[in-house]
Design a protein around this ligand. Structure first.
Ligand code: G6P
Length: 367
């Protein structure tokens, strides 16, 4: 019923708009007020002796894992392996002593992810999960289940579950960094403060809706779209491309911007929109130089950046979307918003069924 959509036309729109509220819930559960420490449910976990982390998931949850690899490696210095559940389960990967396995799943019932978890039983030191449904099979079968507090997600294309997964994974990486003495109390406090400010920034990011709508109108005429990003923006580019193909049926691909020259640049012509996600961070200049290689071949660039980034790199671009300035570590959570809205409005412009895209299921409980 439309009442359940709280005045929105689609569940997806409602769930995108809910993100500031649900993220603030998730943050409150893991970062108690007036403290700069992380609180985990139950006995929690101490990352001090962990040698290796294996992250496994499907779909959007897999891209949350890819993002988390950057966090766990850069902040906590833990080597991380990330895999798609359907590959992991049949490869029979060795799990050396000191390995912690972590499964990410909105539903907690995805058949491949559950099978991958069962493979790790008795082989991994601990089995963790990041789930949205606390009663789910994956939650029940793990040693420690971390709820993302996103509330019920109905739209087949995952939105608020993705940003809540990212938030919980970043908080876990901060805990790991603290447990291992890899982060000073000041640096931890700085990251915690940035996270607490995130719901407010998400509200500001949602204001890009009008600009995105205009961009989507033009994007809806494309046959193929390329997404580019570096560092933390690379997994997000993958998620942006997934969202677009899921609901608008436009073929979309993502590449790490530095990999452009090794193949996809051959596709660039005046028909090819290229979405570049580049906050003004340490990798900005690198990404922008890749963007200029696209423009030199007449590719049409949609640049998503902050005011400082756009001031530097706006010349010659096709369109832009402005994001608020954000702590570089949390940028992918914020930039998920324009990625989601771009897919949403492009699908609307094409007239597809946003909440029930063809051939897709919300939860895939059979192989
Ligand atoms: C399906 C859904 C995706 C989801 C994936 C994994 O393909 O359509 O939105 O990301 O399953 O689901 P899970 O519940 O394990 O996160």
């Amino acid at each position: 019923a439309s009442a359940d959509k709280a005045g929105h036309k689609h569940f997806m729109a409602k769930e995108i708009a809910e993100q500031p509220a649900v993220l603030s819930d998730a943050i409150r559960h893991y970062l108690p007020a007036n403290e700069d420490s992380v609180r985990l449910p139950g006995e929690g976990i101490d990352f001090a002796g962990v040698q290796r982390l294996t992250l496994v998931a499907c779909g959007t949850a897999y891209y949350a894992c890819l993002t988390a690899k950057y966090w766990f490696e850069q902040l906590a210095r833990i080597p991380v392996e990330v895999d798609i559940a359907s590959e992991f389960r049949y490869r029979e990967p060795p799990l050396p002593a000191g390995t912690v396995a972590l499964f990410v799943s909105q539903s907690g019932e995805t058949a491949d992810t559950l099978a991958a978890l069962r493979y790790c039983k008795g082989k991994a030191d601990r089995i963790l999960s990041v789930i949205n449904v606390p009663e789910s099979s994956i939650a029940r079968e793990s040693d420690l289940a971390l709820p993302i507090h996103a509330g019920v997600e109905i739209g087949v294309a995952s939105t608020k579950a993705f940003t809540c997964q990212l938030t919980v994974l970043l908080i876990l990486a901060l805990k790991a960094a603290a447990d291992r003495g890899e982060m000073t109390p000041e640096a931890l406090a700085d990251h915690v403060a940035a996270l607490r400010g995130l719901p407010h920034l998400l509200n500001a990011a949602l204001e890009c809706d009008g600009a995105v709508r205009g961009a989507a109108q033009r994007l809806s005429a494309a046959r193929d779209v390329l997404f580019l990003g570096r560092g933390l923006m690379y997994p997000l580019a993958l998620e942006g491309a997934l969202k677009l193909k899921e609901i608008s049926y436009i073929h979309a691909e993502a590449y790490a911007a530095g990999e452009l020259k090794h193949g996809p640049i051959a596709l660039i012509d005046s028909e090819m929109p290229v979405v570049v996600m580049a906050p003004k961070d340490a990798l900005f200049d690198k990404t922008i130089s890749n963007m200029q290689e696209v423009m030199a071949r007449e590719g049409k660039v949609l640049l998503i950046s902050d005011a400082a980034g756009l001031a530097e790199a706006q010349e010659g671009i096709w369109m832009s979307i402005t994001m608020p300035r954000v702590h570089p570590a949390i940028a992918p959570i914020l930039y998920a918003v324009p990625a989601q809205l771009l897919a949403y409005h492009t699908a609307i412009a094409k007239g597809t069924d946003v909440d029930q895209p063809r051939n897709l299921a919300k939860s895939v409980t059979v192989e």
